[in-house]
Ligand binder design. Structure first.
Ligand SMILES: CC(C)(COP(=O)(O)OP(=O)(O)OC[C@H]1O[C@@H](n2cnc3c(N)ncnc32)[C@H](O)[C@@H]1OP(=O)(O)O)[C@@H](O)C(=O)NCCC(=O)NCCS
Length: 219
């Protein structure tokens, strides 16, 4: 695949939507910025991402949310990012945000990350975000390797990956500075050849969580 600007635009259109059973991934829209503001400012949701939660200033302002979304959209226009809001299918409520950054179509690599609001933890939203986005990454963007980075202390994220067989590649020592300390980053990786097997495990995990009942319909 040639990495022309045209095929970047066709692979990463600004209005790309991916539909699941529990959640839909949609490009962000201004009317949802207050929901996103609430999620990004929540101390429980952002416990392992304190450095970006603006907790000392009382959380994110709407202008900061707007600026964040603008940067994501610029990246998407350039073909380096692919960004979504996570909506509950039934109610449309915003349950989080996810996306790829550092997309490199020439070397077929990208990094994926997500933030799911705490009321929706353990209910299948994170599993389905991965199912939808990673399928798009491997089958449409033709990626070979997807990277996931998280603080070594983020047990939920680390167990999520480890329990479905996503491999730890390395620990990046003292990669981030938070609360006056340097913190190590755990780097997990998934190759296209392993995706069919990991996808099955993710589907099984999702089915188990989804069958346990519906998540709250609103924030
Ligand atoms: C990280 C995140 C996406 C995971 O989604 P989730 O819905 O909470 O994940 P799940 O409940 O499906 O999986 C978490 C796993 O950790 C396990 N777990 C949770 N707390 C644990 C603990 N203290 N010790 C051991 N395992 C634990 C759960 O049992 C579950 O295991 P399973 O896969 O066998 O079911 C979500 O919690 C989140 O968005 N958190 C806030 C933002 C964030 O940290 N994002 C990642 C930044 S890199």
């Amino acid at each position: 695949m040639h990495t022309t600007q045209e095929n970047r635009i066709s692979l990463m259109p600004m209005d790309l939507e991916l539909y699941g059973n529990l959640v839909d991934l949609k490009s962000s829209a201004e009317k949802y910025y207050p929901d996103l503001q609430k999620i990004l400012s929540n101390p429980k949701t952002m416990n392992h991402l304190k450095y970006m939660a603006h907790l000392n200033e009382g959380g994110w302002t709407i202008d900061q949310v707007q600026e964040r979304e603008k940067k994501w959209k610029e990246g998407q226009r350039k073909g380096t990012d692919l960004h979504f809001l996570v909506h509950l299918k039934e109610s449309g409520a915003v349950a989080g945000t996810c996306g790829f950054k550092h997309i490199d179509l020439m070397h077929k690599t990208a990094e994926f990350g997500l933030i799911v609001h705490y009321p929706f933890w353990g209910k299948g939203a994170a599993a389905e975000c991965h199912l939808l986005a990673l399928e798009y990454g491997f089958s449409k963007l033709d990626l070979h390797k997807i990277r996931f980075e998280t603080f070594v202390t983020n047990v939920r994220m680390r167990r999520f990956y480890e329990n479905i067989g996503i491999q730890l590649e390395s620990i990046a020592k003292e990669a981030l500075f938070e609360d006056g300390h340097f913190v190590d980053n755990a780097v997990y990786v998934l190759f296209d050849r392993d995706w069919p097997c990991i996808k099955e495990k993710l589907q099984e995990k999702f089915r188990g969580q989804f069958q346990q009942g519906n998540p709250p319909a609103t924030l």
